[in-house]
Design a protein around this ligand. Structure first.
Ligand code: PFF
Length: 446
């Protein structure tokens, strides 16, 4: 079968586009805030370095060797027990689940792009009222923008790897980086910058309980797009002889840098305008607009640009969240791209409406279990459970299942002396670390 291939830079930008998403700019700052900053950030950074990077390479390798949709790649690369290992490929479903809330949040962002053009709240209090009333009462606005997100994402997917996904990333990613760097430079000039630095990097271990630990590790997977086959699906379209290690390095580097840059910038604004870091999921929608208000007309321009950057980050990740299952239906069931894209799009669109309703007053109670509503549960189950589990499956698959000679033939020339440590880490460090996460998770659940 003929597959369109990414160009070298196209692949790096698309994989980085997948990794850099709402996780970096919306989620990371608020969970770091919720779980107390420094120690949480440190656990996240250590996970990225010690586990994330090596799984990123492993996931790229499975795609590169398999060259097909995730299910077929697992099936073909397993020397025996193929029907069992092919289950690993169904991790791609996690992407569709993530999209259920992801698309709703992109909808909020679209709404904020439009309103920031002519209006900013004059205080954090006012901003909070506006955000919470949208979240808890305004079904129509959320529905309209969620629909817009669904249409845009599905449209890009129908255009395929080259004409859709690569093109989208080649334009959106550089623009997003320019906007963020510009705003970061502005934050550097404010005197609260140092407070933001100390919030993010001085560790207070007393804030870390098992839930914080699980969330930090889960976030490392989430932000790197690991464990659900997005990176694997993209890597199936790599040119032969591509350098996996270099690509993986760039993706991890860009993702981590952008999370830190965004976090420092946001916390600087939060300290500057007095609302403090712990604001929950509404952080960028509440404290930031109020901060921009203080800057007059320039604030409107900044706000619009910021939300555009956030939307871009979300859109480039969204296509990667849906593409694995699109590819699966194309490869395994011979669906054409249009049909596969629309069907997957409708899946997240319809469940997205349920997620949206689960925040609405009067309806929320019916969609809430154990203090988390449907929206929160989807987020929690995917990020804290499905992705780390998927990462574990991928590490074990490359570490133990694919013949070592096959792995070595591709990876030793690229990793050189680092091959053995990498292989060791996949075989032993990752599984043990994941076991610890799972045990903690039980502590959280029980
Ligand atoms: N990495 C994206 C983010 O940080 O927002 C989310 C994501 C995309 C997770 C793709 C998983 C994935 F496969």
């Amino acid at each position: 079968m003929k597959i369109a291939r990414f160009s070298r830079i196209g692949f790096i930008l698309a994989a980085a586009g997948s990794a850099v998403g709402l996780g970096n700019i919306w989620k990371f700052p608020y969970i770091a805030g919720e779980y107390g900053g420094g120690a949480f950030v440190l656990i996240y950074l250590l996970t990225v370095l010690l586990i994330g990077f090596s799984i990123m390479i492993a996931e790229m390798l499975i795609g590169y060797l398999g060259r097909r949709d995730t299910v077929t790649s697992f099936e073909e690369l397993a020397p025996k027990h193929k029907p069992f290992w092919k289950l690993g490929g169904f991790q791609g479903l996690a992407g569709l689940f993530i999209m259920i809330f992801y698309s709703v949040v992109i909808g909020w962002i679209f709404n904020y792009i439009v309103t920031s053009l002519y209006f900013l709240p004059s205080s954090v209090k006012e901003a909070e009222t506006i955000f919470t009333s949208m979240l808890h009462t305004d079904i129509m606005t959320q529905l309209i923008y969620h629909t817009l997100a669904f249409v845009l994402i599905t449209y890009v997917l129908t255009k395929g790897i080259k004409g859709g996904i690569e093109k989208l990333n080649l334009f959106l990613m550089p623009t997003l980086m320019i906007i963020l760097i510009g705003m970061f430079i502005y934050a550097l000039t404010l005197d609260t910058f140092s407070q933001a630095v100390s919030f993010m990097f001085s560790a207070d271990w007393s804030k870390i309980d098992s839930e914080a630990f699980v969330v930090a590790v889960g976030h490392a997977f989430f932000t790197l797009s690991l464990g659900m086959g997005a990176i694997m699906t993209y890597a199936a379209s790599l040119e032969k002889d591509s350098n996996i290690v270099k690509s993986a390095f760039w993706v991890v580097f860009l993702d981590t840098t952008i999370a830190i840059v965004a976090g420092l910038m946001l916390f600087t604004f939060l300290y500057q305008y007095g609302s403090g870091p712990a604001k929950g999921p509404g952080l960028v929608f509440i404290s930031l607009p109020a901060a921009f208000y203080e800057m007059g007309i320039l604030g409107n321009i900044f706000a619009v640009l910021f939300f555009i950057a956030l939307a871009f980050a979300g859109l480039t990740s969204s296509v990667s969240l849906v593409e694995p299952m699109v590819q699966y239906f194309i490869d395994r069931f011979n669906w054409n791209r249009l049909k596969a894209s629309v069907a997957m799009g409708l899946f997240f669109y319809l469940f997205g409406i349920v997620a949206l309703l689960s925040n609405i007053e009067g309806i929320s109670a019916y969609l809430t279990w154990n203090e988390k509503n449907f929206f929160d549960w989807v987020d929690y189950i995917t990020a804290a459970i499905m992705l780390p589990l998927g990462g574990l499956i991928m590490a074990v698959f490359v570490g133990f299942i694919i013949e070592k000679s096959r792995v070595e033939a591709v990876m030793r020339p690229q990793l050189k002396w680092a091959f053995e440590p990498w292989y060791f880490s996949l075989r032993y460090i990752t599984p043990v670390a994941m076991l610890i996460v799972m045990l903690n998770l039980m502590g959280v659940v029980s």
